[in-house]
Design a protein around this ligand. Structure first.
Ligand code: SF4
Length: 240
């Protein structure tokens, strides 16, 4: 376990390291650690980790609203790496209450907050109570509005067990999208076929669309909302 000050010191040390080195540090120093895999280009994390620890813990948030291609891709990754992927489902009663009271597309009218809260944040919160550290594919270049300062390691106070600490690693924080794709191509990593159809950022089907040349990837997510609110809450510290 680390406290906030120790984490800040470590961040300064790891910030100049490659994603591989950061991943190695994370897996060698935390036994009970899990990768959050979204079914997009963060597959690079699964590839890196499986070379260091083949039985690495991986989980996915199955919101029930992902593209069919993403479900097929998650299955492809499971088989390709021979890993178990913990598929986290939202609470059935909470989803039923939401859709019966507000319909299937309430997020277009009253923002994505409530739906993401039920389908993503609550299952994530439950999962993170089980681990001491987690690894995400967040990068600074994904969102100039909310991710430009993300560190490679941080003390995740939003999801820590009461009175304990939870460490969050973002090994790809300083990589650009081009560097992630260079890795995927160099290591022949399987990738979600939606990327070949103009999707850069991939999330739930009703809340994600392809972007055109010159558009930032985040413009394809929750496009009906303000840019500075485009986080689903998984990374609460990104929204000031
Ligand atoms: S991204 Fe959209 S569909 Fe998915 S959980 Fe959030 S609001 Fe709901």
């Amino acid at each position: 376990m680390t406290d906030t000050i120790a984490t800040l010191d470590l961040e300064r040390e790891l910030a100049t390291q490659s994603p591989h080195r950061i991943m190695r540090y994370a897996l060698e120093n935390y036994e009970n650690i899990a990768i959050s895999f979204s079914g997009a280009e963060d597959v690079a994390l699964v590839d890196m980790a499986s070379r260091i620890r083949p039985d690495v813990q991986v989980f996915c948030l199955d919101t029930g609203r992902l593209h069919a291609e993403t479900y097929q891709f998650i299955e492809q990754v499971r088989k390709h790496y021979g890993i178990n992927i913990d598929i986290l489902s939202p609470d059935g009663d909470a989803v039923r209450k939401l859709v019966s009271e507000k319909g299937l597309f309430s997020f277009y009218e009253d923002t994505h907050k409530e739906c993401c809260g039920i389908r993503k944040i609550a299952p994530l919160r439950k999962k993170l109570l089980e681990v001491d550290a987690w690894i995400t594919g967040q990068r600074k270049d994904q969102s100039p509005g909310t991710r430009s300062d993300i560190p490679v390691i941080q003390d995740d106070q939003a999801f820590a067990r009461e009175g304990e600490s939870l460490t969050k690693f973002n090994p790809l924080a300083n990589w650009s999208s081009e560097e992630v794709w260079a890795y995927i191509r160099a290591y022949e990593v399987p990738y979600n076929p939606l990327h070949d159809r103009g999707f850069i950022s991939i999330g739930c089907e009703p809340c994600t669309k392809p972007v055109g040349p010159g558009q930032h990837e985040r413009e394809g997510r929750w496009w009906w909302e303000e840019a500075t609110k485009k986080e689903c809450g998984l990374h609460a510290s990104n929204i000031g």
